[in-house]
Ligand binder design. Structure first.
Ligand code: PHB
Length: 365
């Protein structure tokens, strides 16, 4: 008998063919108007033997962008592009959730409508954060993020509505659900962090207040498309994107996990940032999350087959996410199951470009 990692499993209304998840990964290959392309459809279809795939982060609005060439989900052309991807994936019996994304303060005026300041919980400028935008000479490159502006009450409502519309758009495109991106130093993670969130209103201060924006947005999204089709991604203790260490980390994420449990979301996805060269989720924290959240958990970040099997056997994970290994191995589930060798990923082609390092990795012969 093969390990449960390789066997079918139900995820809410979906029948997944295994417990292997393709993690969301920014690849910066969108076409005109930040619309998904035919090449992107080929890339996702090649990897459809994953039980579940999660798209690269897809901005919910022009203000939600922090990188050039990331495919959005707010214009009709973008939604049609995702529709072609959903069709290609479903033809291969795969399943695909859209990761819906607002980068918060991790952006640059050259990416924002009318050159406005990026939107965050507060107007404090993160030290050492960069994004991929236009430099002073108008050339694409890594640039320091611009000083953000604090979202006001109207802005919070606008962002919440943009997430709801993005979720509707994802379902209209035929995608199976959405994952709200609340990880990695982007908008919701910024609100969760007690050091970054300096707000004095209902969205800052106490644990409840710092979780409010995410939970209100989740409830509004779920009203539109269903809790069973709405997942949430978090990165407890993450310091990517210049996020400061937060003494309130444990209290915040345990409270959040209990609230997500009460709502019976589709899944809770935890990203360990060790693979980003950042601190890991602390030892002993995953069992606490497991105790607080009884629904499906996806663990991601630096897993190989033995660690993935162990996480499932220990009951800490229901599904396991793989990122970089999926870039280089379109047939990753079969390779892991049969212990076949893995292709090496070429880092130089992670972001931007065309087929090279994207759709040209071979399947096992
Ligand atoms: C990235 O572009 O490096 C990136 C984007 C979204 C994430 C993490 C990393 O959540």
């Amino acid at each position: 008998m093969s390990h449960a990692l390789f066997n079918p499993v139900k995820l809410g209304p979906l029948e997944l063919s295994n417990r292997i998840v393709m993690a969301p990964m920014t690849r910066c290959r969108a076409g005109e108007g930040d619309a998904p392309t035919a090449l992107m459809a080929e890339y996702y279809a090649q990897r459809a033997s994953a039980g579940l795939m999660i798209t690269e982060g897809t901005p919910v609005s022009p203000q939600g962008r922090g990188y050039l060439w990331t495919p959005g989900i707010y214009t009709p052309e973008q939604v049609s592009g995702w529709g072609r991807i959903a069709e290609a994936v479903h033809q291969k019996n795969g399943h695909l959730f859209a990761q819906i994304w607002h980068v918060g303060r991790v952006s640059h005026t050259s990416l924002q409508p009318e050159g406005a300041a990026p939107e965050g919980p507060s107007d404090e400028q993160p030290e050492g954060a960069s994004c991929f935008a236009y430099d002073q000479d108008g050339n694409p490159g890594n640039v320091p993020t611009s000083r953000p502006q604090a979202l006001d009450a109207e802005g919070i409502q606008r962002v919440r509505e943009a997430f709801v519309q993005a979720a509707r758009n994802a379902r209209e495109a035929g995608l199976d659900g959405v994952e709200i991106h609340a990880a990695n130093g982007y908008l919701f993670d910024e609100f969760l962090n007690a050091k970054v969130n300096q707000r004095q209103d209902d969205y800052g201060g106490s644990v409840e207040n710092r979780c409010r924006f995410l939970l209100e947005t989740l409830d509004a999204v779920a009203d539109a498309i269903g809790m069973e089709r709405t997942g949430v991604r978090i990165s407890p203790n993450g310091q990517f994107n210049a996020m400061p260490e937060d003494d309130e980390m444990e209290a915040t994420f345990i409270y959040l996990a209990k609230e997500l449990d009460r709502r019976a979301i589709a899944y809770l996805h935890l990203n360990d940032q060790a693979t980003f060269g950042m601190p890991s989720i602390p030892d002993g924290f995953l069992p606490k999350i497991r105790a607080a959240f009884s629904g499906p958990i996806i663990l991601c970040g630096g897993y190989d087959a033995p660690r993935a099997k162990a996480a499932i056997d220990e009951g800490l994970a229901d599904l396991v996410g793989f990122g970089v290994p999926f870039i280089a191995n379109p047939d990753l589930p079969a390779r892991l199951e049969h212990d076949w060798p893995l292709n090496e990923a070429d880092r130089d082609s992670f972001y931007g470009g065309g087929e090279k390092g994207y759709t040209d990795y071979p399947a096992h012969p």
